[in-house]
Design a protein around this ligand. Structure first.
Ligand code: AGP
Length: 612
């Protein structure tokens, strides 16, 4: 869960581009950072605990020299606390090479013993340093790439690494086994990065390395080999994200920028796919044909965190609109619990990044058990997209805020489209029913926009001010809005560090009601149809026990019963989660802002969890 950058250029200086790359990768880890440059006299290394600004300050104060080749790293600690010494890059005893690493070297203890016995001096607590000494020992003779190949042959674990050796012709080599890594050639030279965000300021033609790939970056070419040293053909893919999307513009935080992008995300994810003539959706991606979908007996969804909450909603949508049974599990549970999959199972992973280690492992397990695999994913070229039999892209654009917002909404929209597609393919929905559902989706955009108006935002700030000091929050929802209760609680806890629990409203009397008191705010998402009445009685039960209630939704009667009402435009029930989640995202954002939290980089979290 660290960010890696690197480059080798024909002329000019590498440092600025690397720092810019690290800035956009900081979402992957932000407890320390560092850079190594191949200088004329050898390696120059600077590293610093804390945010990237700390490193930038030291680089400026020390007038750190620049060079034509370098590597850099932003860390999320796994082995050893976030200190200057444990920060990457790591060097060997004679400082002949520098290494940055994302992942875990599982056999590092035995390798460390062996290397210590033969004279290597270890300075840090990291597993990465072992790899550094190992490569340096192999690099005494021959090329750096050969040394890396030999060293990797001794290593067990997961890694994305970049290695730098200074000299008359500096060498930059990178390798991947697990965590993502991509590379690209620009007019200036060759670049590497943990994801495309670091590369798009330089090139839009990107090679996504595959597991077992080792790449040697040269100023005008890139050579990719497998772990045995055999040459491989890897074709660059054109990436359609813009460099501007990676910036915050005039917004104070990426999170609020991304919340405001959601009406556009709805359009980007859906509108080009709606086909009124057939009352169906048309996916540009392969693998979603009538024939394939008619053969599906059961769907198994696997995901983590916010993406799992989208999965809960997808279950309602697919079961409700397409009448296919859906099971759902935390990817981290599914992968280890010896699951039973019936023949005809379609396993669907949901992921913003497409790199979440547990979700990837769960999909691989499902495949081993005979399932066809598919994903709903935001990042083209990601491991999940490449490994699945079919992918449904969410087109939300780059999401930088650690708290997922627009990617979640895009996942909900994609799930709605998928439910329609499956329903139409299996004859569960008529063309007329399909057309109504498509039209409802189109009408959603102005409704989403109304939840981002100045007036609405001012109201959310007022509510946040009144509740920022309570002991904790309970979020309750039912039916298709139960996952929105889970998501509201997750959002609040991850960025404001306040205790928050999401519950199915019907479960309240089985335990959580004991928490209700004047300093515990209950946020209730109002229901539709039959459930509206049930949710109303939940509100009354909380209020009768002196607990303040914020009601969110379209059911007027529920809103009238609550202490604070957040009215959301009405829409068909299937789409209500998309509207209901927006006020909850804003509430979390405003509470966190008022409490002075670091909204885009919450403590202990990283955006992309590429290790277990
Ligand atoms: C969301 O706010 C979280 N930061 C987190 O739960 C996230 O959704 C989860 O780690 C899954 O990530 P993915 O979508 O990239 O797989």
């Amino acid at each position: 869960m660290c960010g890696i950058v690197g480059a080798i250029l024909k002329e000019g200086a590498v440092l600025r581009g690397m720092i810019e790359g690290l800035r956009v990768l900081e979402y992957r880890g932000y407890d320390s950072s560092g850079v190594a440059i191949a200088g004329p006299q050898g390696l120059l290394v600077q590293k610093k605990a804390g945010r990237l600004e700390e490193l930038e300050n030291v680089l400026a104060e020390t007038q750190f020299p620049d060079g034509l080749a370098g590597i850099g790293h932003t860390r999320w600690a796994t082995h050893g606390p976030p200190t200057d010494v444990n920060a990457h890059p790591h060097t060997d005893t004679d400082r002949t090479i520098a290494v940055v690493h994302n992942g875990i070297i599982e056999n590092y203890l035995e390798l460390r013993e062996e290397l210590s016995a033969s004279g290597s001096r270890f300075l840090s607590d990291t597993d990465t340093e072992v790899l550094t000494h190992l490569i340096a020992r192999e690099a005494l003779e021959g090329s750096l790439v050969d040394a890396v190949l030999r060293a990797l042959g001794r290593v067990r674990g997961h890694y994305a690494i970049a290695v730098l050796r200074p000299g008359a012709q500096p060498e930059v080599v990178c390798a991947r086994h697990g965590p993502p890594l991509c590379i690209g050639l620009s007019k200036e030279g060759a670049w590497l990065g943990s994801d495309i965000l670091a590369l798009i300021p330089h090139t839009r033609n990107v090679i996504f390395l595959e597991d077992g790939d080792v790449a040697e970056l040269k100023v005008d070419s890139i050579v990719v080999r497998d772990l045995e040293g055999n040459l491989l053909e890897r074709t660059a893919q054109r990436v359609d994200w813009d460099a501007e999307q990676v910036g915050k513009g005039s917004w104070p935080h990426f999170m609020i920028k991304e919340i405001h992008e959601q009406p556009d995300v709805l359009a980007q994810t859906a509108f080009h796919r709606l086909d009124d003539e057939s009352g169906d959706v048309k996916f540009e991606e392969a693998g979603w044909t009538d024939e394939v979908l008619q053969g599906v007996e059961r769907i198994q969804i696997v995901a983590c965190g916010t993406a799992l909450h989208a999965g809960y909603t997808a279950r309602h949508l697919i079961e409700g609109l397409a009448r296919v049974p859906v099971d759902l599990d935390f990817a981290s549970e599914f992968r280890y619990r010896d699951p039973i999959l019936v023949p005809g199972t379609l396993a669907i992973g949901i992921s913003q990044s497409g790199e979440t280690a547990d979700s990837l492992a769960a999909l691989r397990r499902a495949r081993e058990l005979g399932a066809r695999t598919a994903c709903i994913c935001n990042v083209a070229g990601s491991t999940m997209v490449r490994e699945c039999d079919a992918a449904l892209m969410t087109h939300a654009g780059p999401e930088i805020g650690v708290a997922s917002t627009k990617a979640f909404v895009a996942q909900l929209v994609a799930a709605y489209l998928l439910a329609i597609r499956i329903g139409r393919a299996r004859g569960q929905l008529s063309a007329d029913e399909g057309r109504v559902l498509l039209q409802d989706l189109r009408l959603l955009r102005p409704k989403m926009e109304s939840l981002l108006s100045k007036k609405f935002l001012a109201r959310m700030i007022e509510i946040a001010e009144r509740h920022r000091g309570v002991k904790g929050f309970l979020f309750l929802g039912r039916g298709i809005n139960y996952p929105i209760a889970l998501e509201g609680a997750l959002k609040l806890k991850e960025i404001s560090y306040m205790h928050a629990e999401g519950y199915a409203a019907g479960e309240m009397k089985h335990g959580p009601i004991a928490l209700v008191e004047a300093w515990m705010t209950t946020v209730v998402i109002t229901g539709h149809g039959l459930l509206a009445e049930k949710v109303r009685s939940n509100i009354e039960q909380v209020r009768a026990r002196g607990g303040p209630v914020i009601a969110v939704g379209a059911d007027r009667e529920s809103l009238e019963l609550a202490d604070e009402a957040i009215e959301v435009p009405d829409c068909n029930e299937w789409l209500s989660p998309i509207l209901n989640v927006i006020p909850l995202q804003l509430l979390s954002y405003e509470v966190a802002r008022l409490r002075g939290c670091d909204i885009d980089k919450p403590r202990n979290l990283a955006k992309s969890v590429t290790v277990e």
